[in-house]
Write a protein that binds this ligand. Structure first.
Ligand SMILES: [Zn+2]
Length: 325
């Protein structure tokens, strides 16, 4: 048996989430052997359910609800994009197999993943068009995906019209999701991460929420603690600078990241020297002092570094960003 199979068997037998130490005691494997197969990643059969406990994805994620609002392009083309968290959610750790959807009347839809093509310029799932027609979905409406069977990649789908959205409950869930993502990024050395790589850690958290939050880009859009951007090789190589049709979604902490015309086309880090960060930030690229603004975050001065003198007393501070973690 492989280490993965032993860990799977141990968790299955225990019937509940376990810590690495508990798995080691029950299976006879070393902690390092367990960590190498169990660390949360998008293609593994295990998930981190918090408090240093791990569980079988098929057990921990059953019943998790994911909310998505298809874009204008997706509705027009009759597809779902297969990028970022949608891909993590629907692929259930296994690419290649069809995603199976079932609506409330019992009708089934098999979704096939397709690469970007000329007419559909982003990776996408094909096969949802009949549901779009049947449900009369329009822009702003949501689809709720409820995970029924992880190994079968089977989801129940339900249409929520825009006017049926419980905005108050969704906004509470969005806030909880934002706090959860903030905690993930806080321990990330780069202070940002590609959504595709961390979303498997969000999945068990979704199950704890009664009302599914909006999809990540929307849920974090109004939260000044985050920078959300799309990284696209295609856009970097393009001369005309029009926004890319798609790119990998990245989420970073505003406290550490900024954009500046002084360093075009890249995200820059703020070097924060002491625990009063927010007050003393420096550009990691040229060393110039940065200014902190409550809504904008770090602002890089336009002037030449040699001529610039910062008046620190005038820097506007937001206590929310200054709390020591
Ligand atoms: Zn700089």
């Amino acid at each position: 048996m492989t280490h993965t199979e032993i860990v799977r068997k141990t968790l299955k037998k225990a019937g509940k989430p376990l810590t690495v130490k508990q798995i080691a005691n029950l299976s006879g494997l070393k902690s390092t052997q367990i960590r190498s197969v169990i660390s949360p990643a998008w293609l593994k059969p295990f998930v981190n359910v918090g408090s240093q406990q791990y569980d079988l994805a098929e057990r921990a994620l059953k019943g998790a609800k994911y909310r998505y609002a298809p874009t204008k392009d997706e509705l027009k083309l009759g597809v779902l994009q297969a990028v970022d968290e949608i891909e993590v959610v629907l692929d259930c750790g296994k690419s290649g197999l069809n995603v199976n959807l079932i609506d409330k009347s019992g009708k089934r839809y098999a979704l096939k993943r397709r690469q970007a093509a000329k007419t559909k310029p982003f990776p996408h799932y094909q096969g949802i068009k009949p549901f779009y027609s049947k449900s009369k979905i329009t822009l702003g409406d949501n689809i709720i995906f409820t995970l029924l069977d992880y190994r079968q990649k089977l989801f129940r789908i339900e249409l929520i019209k825009q006017f049926e959205r419980n905005e108050q409950a969704i906004s509470v869930s969005n806030q909880k999701l934002a706090d959860f993502v903030y905690d993930i990024l806080k321990y990330n050395q780069q202070r940002y991460e590609q959504v595709f790589f961390f979303y498997s850690r969000v999945m068990p958290f979704l199950k704890q929420l009664n009302t599914p939050p909006d999809h990540l880009e929307k849920a974090l859009a109004e939260d000044a603690r985050f920078k959300v951007w799309r990284y696209s090789l295609e856009a970097l190589s393009k001369k005309d600078k029009t926004p890319p049709k798609w790119g990998d979604l990245d989420v970073g902490m505003s406290k550490y990241l900024f954009e500046s015309r002084r360093h075009p086309n890249v995200w820059c880090w703020a070097v924060i020297e002491n625990d009063q960060y927010g007050r003393y930030g420096f550009c990691a690229r040229c060393g110039i002092p940065l200014q902190w603004f409550r809504v904008l975050g770090w602002v890089h001065p336009e002037a030449d570094p040699m001529e610039y003198e910062v008046d620190r007393d005038e820097v506007e501070l937001d206590p929310k960003f200054l709390s020591i973690e």
